[in-house]
Design a protein around this ligand. Structure first.
Ligand code: GDP
Ligand code: MG
Length: 170
């Protein structure tokens, strides 16, 4: 049969890493150079077909500002999946991503599927975070890792597709 599986998904990461842009790319196939900062959190939904099954993602795009930090557990608790996003051109955003991973490991649900997305992969000339370093970190921490670009669309659908496959396996 053609079942629909609902899956709450949260995006976490530093302000400016490209969380909203990844969601906009995935949900609407669009990119804007001057994406407005998210206030609090924004909600989107999008379905994805995997073989003969359908995953309906209920996506919470969080703000990332420190002043909204206390709200974050509302979004990651009970989440089937989390995408932790950093910007490959910003080393501080990678440090921040690792903090989010720690927090999810300590406070989140152990069954939450976690992905690490190194975004802005189109800006290779400005790279500060080596892909190998992020890949090794992801392996050590049981996350799956991809470099993405919301701008060019590289690997954006793939991250959601990998999550959907893992959800349906689990
Ligand atoms: P958020 O705060 O994590 O939601 O980040 P935004 O989605 O608002 O993006 C912050 C800025 O980075 C915006 O100006 C985006 O246009 C830009 N941006 C986001 N993703 C990419 C990307 O993959 N490549 C490039 N070059 N810029 C991006
Ligand atoms: Mg945002």
């Amino acid at each position: 049969g053609n079942k629909i599986r609902n899956a709450k998904l949260v995006l976490l990461g530093d302000v400016g890493a490209g969380k909203s842009s990844l969601v906009l790319r995935f949900v609407k196939g669009q990119f804007v150079e001057f994406q407005e900062s998210t206030i609090g959190a924004a909600f989107f939904s999008q379905t994805l077909a995997v073989n003969d099954e359908t995953v309906k993602f209920e996506i919470w795009d969080t703000a990332g500002q420190e002043r909204y930090h206390s709200l974050a557990p509302m979004y990651y608790r009970g989440a089937a999946a989390a995408i932790v996003v950093y910007d490959i051109t910003n080393a501080a955003s990678f440090t921040r991503a690792k903090k989010w991973v720690q927090e999810l490991q300590a406070q989140g649900n152990p069954n939450t599927i976690m992905a690490l997305a190194g975004n802005k992969a189109d800006l290779l000339d400005e790279r500060q975070v080596p892909a190998e370093e992020a890949k090794a970190y992801a392996q050590e921490n049981g996350l799956f890792f991809m470099e993405t670009s919301a701008k060019t669309a590289i690997n954006v659908n793939d991250v959601f597709y990998e999550i959907a496959k893992k959800l349906l396996q689990g």
